[in-house]
Ligand binder design. Structure first.
Ligand SMILES: Cc1ncc(COP(=O)(O)O)c(C=O)c1O
Length: 493
């Protein structure tokens, strides 16, 4: 926790630089480890010596440069264009391909890329009073956010509980005259499976609708895995009917946070993405992305990262990642009571439990206690709760240690037994409507679960929180999460 002396961000008298840095480093020690190959979500670590230092130096060189006006800062324009070109080339576009006129934008992240893909599609059809978006339920939550922000109706398409993919027939059935965009994932975040992009793009094209491939997660991994011999199905601009693709550089391109690329097959498709405004007395504003002022730091850091690693570097890192994925999947297969949700086909290992005596949420806590940070996923429709592992190159040297740790954690989770929430609490979670939640009820629940009350913002063990959320219907889950996080987001004075 922050001590008394440094609690305020604005002290009456400035604090010497060295001490401030110590404070920041002290705070950072509270975090999960971003390096070392034991954190399987949130961060993407190549484990390449010197890469951080390079990215940080490039970031620092451009941190104060403003992406608001590319004419004032041509350095940023040059680096953005180079990043877009590299992403396009990797994803089947550019000179000599079937998509020679690809254009794109650098955004601040995957969510921003997806919101802009939806905005471009919506604004290309201004005649529609109620535009609609077709998204497989395995599509990233950011599409729902885009639909919400942009007032576009969402038409979810179920996924097969075995393949974890939507079928093109179900997508076709969901397309209506008001549909502005159909989306698919390459791969999905939750399970790491690649949707049948070619079939889905074909039904979208037949209906005259745009088709976006969300390759935010895997767009910078799948092409290298394919070159290494993995059976990666077609998912990029080589597929007819794919009109836009997003790929996050702050994921498998291993750039520091804050960069994604949104590509369009041709300039006319990108045109409605722009926002221009001259009807005020200040500077005329022209933005290709949501942010107006934005730091050049992430763009310069990504540029430096790509240039330094190069194709050979990414191939090497993909080989390490592939080896790590195979090793982790084997470790899961060796444990009684666990089952892979899908055979790994990208950089995700996702497993579920097959034995009621083994509580997955307790297992996640046991792994955390042993220094392995995995991501629990709640049950959804007919899909069981699962444990997600995003695998990066830095995991490779750790794989041999994971198997014994997993076996040990499973034994401990079995010995501890499943979480037993008071039956009245479980019944409440199952029956409460979001509207019935009162501030007192929320405060009581949060206190009972140890949220915001202990030495850290969250309890050491999250199994009880996850069990409660898992028992709640979707809308109540969302509302509880909002309330719990809002309890944590309070100013310190
Ligand atoms: C497939 C996919 N799309 C979109 C996103 C959103 O990206 P971001 O968190 O950078 O906004 C993610 C993030 O994990 C993702 O996996």
């Amino acid at each position: 926790m922050i001590d008394e002396e440094r609690a305020g961000a604005l002290p009456a008298e400035g604090v010497p630089a060295e001490r401030v840095l110590e404070e920041v480093r002290g705070l950072r020690a509270l975090d999960r480890p971003t390096h070392g190959g034991r954190l399987f979500a949130y961060v993407y670590d190549p484990g390449v010596a010197g890469l951080d230092e390079l990215a940080h130096a490039a970031y620092a060189a451009s941190a104060h440069v403003n992406g608001l006006d590319p004419t004032a800062f041509p350095s940023l324009l040059a680096m953005e264009n180079a990043l877009v070109g590299a992403a396009a080339r990797l994803l089947g576009g550019g000179p000599g391909t079937s998509a020679p006129d690809v254009v794109g934008s650098v955004t601040g992240g995957g969510t921003e890329s997806l919101i802009l893909a939806v905005k471009a599609a919506r604004d290309a059809r201004p005649e529609l009073a109620e535009p609609r978006l077709v998204v497989p339920v395995s599509g990233h939550a950011a599409f729902a956010k885009a639909a919400h922000y942009l007032r576009v109706a969402l038409d979810p398409v179920p996924v097969d509980p075995v393949t974890l993919r939507p079928t093109a027939a179900d997508v076709a059935a969901a397309i209506r005259p008001e549909t502005v965009l159909v989306v698919c994932s390459a791969p999905s975040y939750a399970h790491g499976v690649v949707d049948p992009v070619a079939e889905i793009a074909a039904v979208a094209a037949a209906a005259g609708v745009r088709c976006h491939v969300d390759a935010c997660f895997g767009g910078w991994a799948l092409p290298w895995l394919r070159r290494l011999g993995a059976p990666v199905p077609p998912f990029d601009f080589a597929v007819d009917g794919v009109t836009s693709i997003s790929v996050d550089l702050h994921k498998y391109a291993y750039a520091p946070k804050g960069v994604s690329v949104l590509l369009h097959r041709e300039p006319a498709l990108r045109a409605p993405q722009y926002f221009a405004y001259a009807d005020w007395p200040g500077y005329t504003m022209i933005n290709s992305v949501i942010a107006s002022t934005r730091s050049g730091g992430p763009i310069a850091a990504a540029y430096a990262t790509l240039r330094h690693l190069g194709e050979d570097g990414y191939l090497r890192l993909a080989a390490l990642t592939r080896e790590a994925v195979a090793g982790l999947a084997d470790a899961v297969r060796r444990v009684d009571g666990l089952r892979l949700m899908a055979e790994p086909e990208s950089t995700v290992v996702c497993f579920t439990g097959t034995d009621p005596g083994l509580d997955l949420f307790v297992l996640v806590d046991e792994l955390t206690a042993r220094g392995w940070h995995t991501q629990p996923q709640l049950s959804y429709a007919d899909l069981p709760a699962s444990v997600h592992l995003t695998v990066t190159a830095a995991v490779a040297p750790r794989v041999a240690e994971f198997g014994p740790a997993l076996a040990d954690a499973v034994a401990a989770a079995r010995a501890a037994g499943p979480v037993q929430l008071p039956p009245e609490l479980l019944a409440l979670a199952g029956s409460l409507t979001p509207e019935a939640l009162t501030p007192d009820l929320i405060a009581g629940l949060a206190a009972g679960l140890g949220i915001g009350g202990g030495p850290g913002p969250l309890p050491d063990r999250m199994a009880a929180v996850n069990t409660l959320l898992n028992a709640a219907p979707i809308r109540l889950r969302e509302r509880l999460l909002v309330e719990f996080v809002a309890l944590l987001q309070r100013p310190t004075w």
